[in-house]
Structure formats: structure tokens, C-alpha cells
Ligand binder design. Structure first.
Ligand code: SF4
Length: 211
């Protein structure tokens, strides 16, 4: 360590590299690694998928811990736009304008069936049959809506691809999502759930006996 530098500047990475102040690598490889390791998101909610996206940013799933997060309502510093929902024809040009305002290189994660193909509203006269018609999509995360785990997986996949310098679009496959699995169930929620008396539930509906 140089003069005037104290132990606070030590880190696990510093220890791993030892005392050398140099790392030899290819510049492109380094830049891709940096891009993949620190992705700034555009805060951009359209429809019901956005609720799952908010959940992905929130405490339980906490997308930030993967080096991708910090959603801001400005395209100026954003690397990634997650498109979470139904795109109607009146909205599409606005979405394109926001996308155009993002600096290069920029990436798009399409979240949910609506963003991929129009989803349940595909037959709607005013519904765009997929974000791909308006802007290029890098990662497709299927589902209606995809769970937060699926979106975390999709973003992690994007990071991996960016870090490796890969650019072709990818659809995250259901079996991959299965492998990624669910987070452990919260103990407190489990405990509370076990105390619920079904007779006390307010919402009950018996389809079999309904008129
Ligand atoms: S895919 Fe499903 S949850 Fe997502 S915006 Fe469309 S209808 Fe809503």
C-alpha cells in the first residue's frame, strides 16, 4: 500500500490480487465484465407485471444484491429497460422515445407474455404483439406474470451474457427457471400460516355448490 493509504482500502479483491497494483486483461473483456457487474435500471412500469417487478426490487428478492438495480425514473443513466406489461399502440411510440434516450450500450428485458406476444390481450385491436415490434429485446422472461425469481434469473442471464460479450436474444426457458428454484420459505410466514383456521377465513367460495 502506498503512503497515506490505510487499511480501510483493503478488500477481498485486494487480498486476492496480493500486493501487485496491476491486472493484465483485454480491454474489451474488462469493459464487458464491468458492464455486466453494474447494471442500472430504468424505472418503467406498464401493467400488472410491474407489481412483480417492484417485488423483485424489494427486500425479499433484492435485485440490487446481484449488481443490478438502482431503478431511476430517468433513461439518462440507465443500461437496462425492463418492459413489464401490455403495450398498446398509443403507448408504443412513447416507449420507443424513452428507449432512444438511453445511452449506448443498452439492453432490454421483456417481462411476461404481454411483452413477448401480446399475451391474453393478443386479439385486442390496439395491442402490440410483442415489444420486439418496437424495440430490440435481449432477454424474454415468459409467464403471466413471471415470478420475481424468474425476473432475477432473466437479469442474471443478461448480466452473464453481457459479461461474455454475447448479444443474440434469448428466451429464458421454464426448465431453467425450475433449476433456479424458489427462495426458502420465510419461517415466520410458515408459522403464521400454520395457525390459520380455515373456518375463520373471510374469503371462501365453494365452486361445487355454487348456483
Ligand atoms: S403478462 Fe399477464 S401479468 Fe404481465 S402484464 Fe400481461 S396480463 Fe399482466
Amino acid at each position: 500500500m502506498g503512503e497515506g493509504v490505510d487499511a480501510r482500502f483493503n478488500s477481498k479483491l485486494r487480498e486476492a490480487f496480493g500486493s501487485t497494483p496491476f491486472i493484465l486483461t483485454k480491454f474489451d473483456k474488462f469493459m464487458n465484465w464491468v458492464r455486466g457487474s453494474s447494471m442500472f435500471m430504468l424505472q418503467f412500469g406498464i401493467a400488472c407485471c410491474s407489481i412483480e417487478m417492484m417485488h423483485t426490487y424489494a427486500v425479499k428478492h433484492d435485485l440490487d444484491r446481484f449488481g443490478a438495480g438502482v431503478p431511476r425514473a430517468s433513461p439518462r443513466q440507465a443500461d437496462v429497460i425492463i418492459v413489464p406489461g401490455t403495450i398498446v399502440s398509443k403507448f408504443a411510440p412513447r416507449m420507443k422515445r424513452v428507449y432512444d434516450q438511453m445511452p449506448e450500450p443498452k439492453f432490454v428485458v421483456g417481462m411476461g407474455s404481454c411483452t413477448i406476444s401480446g399475451g391474453p390481450f393478443q386479439e385486442g385491436y390496439n395491442v402490440i404483439k410483442g415489444a420486439e415490434e418496437v424495440i430490440p429485446v435481449d432477454i424474454h422472461v415468459p409467464g403471466c406474470p413471471p415470478r420475481p425469481e424468474a425476473l432475477v434469473y432473466g437479469v442474471a442471464k443478461l448480466q452473464e451474457r453481457v459479461a461474455n460479450g454475447e448479444t443474440s436474444p434469448v428466451t429464458v426457458k421454464p426448465y431453467e427457471l425450475e433449476q433456479f428454484g424458489d427462495l426458502d420459505r420465510d419461517e415466520l410466514v410458515q408459522h403464521l400460516a400454520s395457525q390459520i383456521d380455515e373456518e375463520d377465513l373471510v374469503m371462501r367460495y365453494n365452486w361445487a355448490e355454487s348456483p
